[in-house]
Design a protein around this ligand. Sequence first.
Ligand code: HEM
Length: 525
Amino acid sequence: MSSIYAVPFTTDASILCTRNVLGLVGVWIVYKVFQALYNVSPFHPLSGIPGPKLAAATYWPEFYHDVVRFGCYSKEIRKMHETYGPLVRINPNEVHCSDITFADEIYAVGGRKRDKPLHQINGSALGQAGFGTVSHDLHRSRRAPLAKFFSRSMIARLEPEIHILVQKLCSKLLSQSGDNEAFDITMAYSCFTSDAISGYSFGSSFGLLDQKGWFPNFREPTAALLRPVFVFRFFPILKAAAGLGKYMVDYMPESIAMFVRTLQIDMPTRVRQAKADLDAGITYDRPTIFASLLQSDLELLDKEPQRLADEAAAVIGAGTETTSWALSVMTYHLLTKPELLAKLTAELRTVITDPQHLPDWTVLESLPYLGAVIQEGLRLSYGVSSRTARIPTEENLIYRGEWNKKPVEHVIPQGYAVGMSAVITHHDERTFPDSYAFAPERWLDENNQRRKHVERSMLAFSKGSRGCLGMNLALCELHLCLAGLVLRVIPHMRLQDTTEEDLAYDHDMFIPMTKHDRGVRVTIE
Ligand code: HEM
């Protein structure tokens, strides 16, 4: 008997359930259609900004190019600018700008508040780091205790350690002389930059330059944090799953395990160690970033190990990848353009007699050609390639420019995101003619003086209150390291099976990626 009643009951329940689900899906579709219609209607506050209708209506184009094709939306945005002008609407709630003269409005300083868009922050696995903070005010309170570590005077105190690391890097590279096996020089540079920032952060460095060879390094953990950036942007719930991941880390595919291990295990362990050192009264000659954060007047909640672990991953990730890729780009161009290398070598020899004892950063900074090579390397390595947007929360932004020889004016209402991308700005042919060529001369005038208006057109470190925190450290590392490499190592270095394609920007992973990610392979003779 029971089975006679059970069958119709199950069938009814499942029909009802299916109907409910279909009903909900239907309501969702109708809602989305109305939302898309509103987005393209004249009632939407961004209706005056030009751009493709589909991108204004929905996030589908961004999803397709960034998630399905992986990191390709910047290339589409570049094409949109060619069709629609200096301001384009790239999704229902975001505008993109290609005109550098508007950058100081977008990335403002002073009391002008700039949130980061939630859609952008969703992509960051480091949601509790200053870098991953939406609110202007909360970001300010998180950035302030870190910022003092990156002032020029603090970097000057750190400089003796950078000198030691530069020499260690050069000697280790030279010790590979005669070894015919090619390796990716970016790995070596990454070990150098990681050792510098990790030592500064925790008191003792990762010691990657002391190990045999160039593996492990912090490139893979950084890539593991960045790889899911676009998926997280659209499905932020997946980030929460990573929180549970530490219990299953041994059973995951290696790239996901690396992500979980870095964020959930390695970085919290480092932060806990910094706290234990502090509690045990262990101090270092120079204050370290994380001991100081733990002692600072940050809210107690902001000193939680997981929050500080996010901050540590942000600082170490940001301090490793960008600088090492910039050095690789410079190395490639110096190796393929002997006339540039000869000119730079001659200039360096005017202030350096013994390359194992480099002069101070301030002395190297006064060398115009060295500065020009570094600027050009930063321009063509881009720093961050994905667009980075800001939301003016308390004022409308008014853009006045020109398109097709006619004046244009647009209002970006407060509360809406507007951003720029180095991969687009750095190829503005009006400022950087023949923009794909590596030409340090473009940064100097006929009197060998820096061309300030060209420098103002750079976006490598971003700008404003949320721009790069580590710029002084990066510049100090770049000046010292390039000087040491040019005089000690590059004369013995040979490129192996590496072409322009191995440097050329192909797509985004927040940072710029090349088509095959093969690196810059070299041997040392
Ligand atoms: C060539 C070297 C570097 C380049 C091109 C670069 C570029 C950038 C850019 C473009 C941003 C802004 C990202 C955004 O708008 O979302 C940024 C932020 C940041 N950078 Fe760098 N960076 C470099 C080196 C460093 C170094 C050595 C550090 C050392 C700690 C560092 C730490 C940071 C931090 C902490 C932020 C987040 C700042 C905030 O949100 O307040 N960077 N960097």
